[in-house]
Design a protein around this ligand. Structure first.
Ligand code: LLP
Length: 393
């Protein structure tokens, strides 16, 4: 919640910047830990969503594991204190250098995405006289009903191994003496708000574990991936995702056998609501057809609206705090603005036709729910500086 005290604090800070509310982050982590612990489920934090040091340290202190998708993420996870027995490494294109790094770090598990990758990990492990723990990432062909750019579990996607290749997987596993089969892994997409999708995923996971067991492979780990969505429309009324309902679905529909562990890889749900991108209005252009608010932040600081047409709530903090201070009964009438950034691309627009109170040069603007896939996807395009982060706890 961006209250007047916090807005006051922003006044002298150079914009743009990311504002992290570490207290909000902790409330979310508490809720996730409590809801998962009820069922003895294990949560790995998908580090790709946000690798800001303060954020990772806070998450690590809760005892979650780390889900990594590059050698550098594996290194960062270990440097931030995640136990190597809680580090998993996914990714469709792991390089030999990255695999070697992860083998040297003795990570818990590689989530393997092709038959060829199995052979490569086996050879690299053999050269080091090691055995690599692996899980097979299966493409379950379940539609996540989310934006097609962040859907990953359909036959047409590059991720995971399709079910028609599983005989080859079994044959390769039998050949590879330096691999230890741990279980099966799935991740069907991100920002999933339709819980029914997870029921379909559970059914596929059950079928797949039966298949492996029938082939003589003991399945110790069922990894259901991540994907739980957040409420981008109402960050103040719904700051914490519904972890209870999410984990309950898996409890209800997954066929968990004695001794098996169930793992999740949550990214967005843990961090999205903990940050806002704070920016200032540089210019107000009132045209005949359009009014533009030109901000000092753009797609270089938050690319999601431009890349996925993603909705982020936008607020004029300066006008809001004036209203709050004068205890206005009727909010000022609103104007439609296209809220845009300074980057030399037409696509550099946070949203068109946003209803905002009349806005002025120098007003502070918050773009909410920027904690996931915000700072990590920043770029230096137009030779822009990477921006700072501000924290409250
Ligand atoms: N596990 C795997 C294998 C993944 O690929 C991902 C995300 C996750 C877990 C975590 O998913 P989450 O819980 O955060 O939904 N940049 C996009 C999202 C890309 C997600 C990539 N993979 C966005 O801004 O919406």
């Amino acid at each position: 919640m961006l209250n007047n005290n916090i807005i006051q604090r922003f006044t002298d800070i150079e914009t743009p910047f990311y504002y992290y509310d570490l207290n909000a982050l902790k409330q979310t982590l508490d809720a996730c830990r409590d809801a998962s612990a009820k069922h003895n489920f294990h949560v790995h934090y998908a580090m790709k969503a946000n690798f800001n040091s303060r954020v990772i340290d806070t998450i690590q202190s809760y005892g979650f594991g780390a889900d990594c998708v590059s050698g550098n993420e594996v290194k960062a996870a270990i440097a931030h204190g995640f136990g190597k027995d809680k580090v998993v490494f996914a990714g469709v294109g792991k390089s030999d250098k990255e695999i070697n790094l992860a083998l040297d770090a003795d990570i818990f598990c590689f989530n393997v995405e092709s038959v060829q990758e199995l052979e490569i990990i086996n050879d690299l492990a053999a050269a080091k006289g090691k055995t690599a723990g692996i899980a097979i990432r299966i493409n379950p062909n379940v539609d996540a009903h989310t934006h097609h750019y962040i859907t990953t579990g359909l036959d047409e996607n590059k991720f995971g191994i399709n079910t028609w290749q599983l005989n080859d997987v079994a044959a390769m596993l039998r050949k590879c003496a330096n691999l230890r089969f741990l279980g099966i892994h799935f991740h069907i997409g991100s920002q999933i708000t339709d819980m029914e999708v997870y029921r379909s995923l559970c059914i596929r996971i059950n079928e797949m574990q039966d298949w492996f067991e029938n082939q003589g492979f003991a399945v110790a780990i069922l990894n259901a991936g991540g994907g739980l969505g957040v409420d981008y429309y109402n960050p103040d009324t719904n700051p914490v995702p519904d972890f209870e309902s999410y984990f309950s679905i898996f409890k209800k529909f997954l066929n968990v056998k004695p001794g098996q562990e169930v793992h999740f890889e949550l990214g967005r749900a843990l961090v999205a609501q903990s940050a806002s991108l704070i920016s200032r209005v540089l210019y107000v252009k009132n045209g005949q057809k359009k009014n533009f608010l030109i901000l000092d932040a753009g797609m270089t600081e938050l690319m999601r609206p431009m890349l996925y047409q993603a909705y982020h709530a936008i607020e004029n903090l300066s006008q809001k705090s004036k209203d709050d201070n004068s205890a206005m009964e009727h909010p000022k009438s609103e104007i439609k603005y296209d809220v845009v950034g300074p980057i030399c691309e037409s696509t550099d627009c946070f949203r068109k036709d946003v209803d905002l109170p009349q806005s002025y040069r120098g007003d502070l603007i918050a773009i909410r729910t920027a904690g996931a896939y915000g700072e990590v996807m920043a770029s230096g395009y137009n030779l822009r500086d990477l921006v700072q982060s501000i924290y409250s706890e």
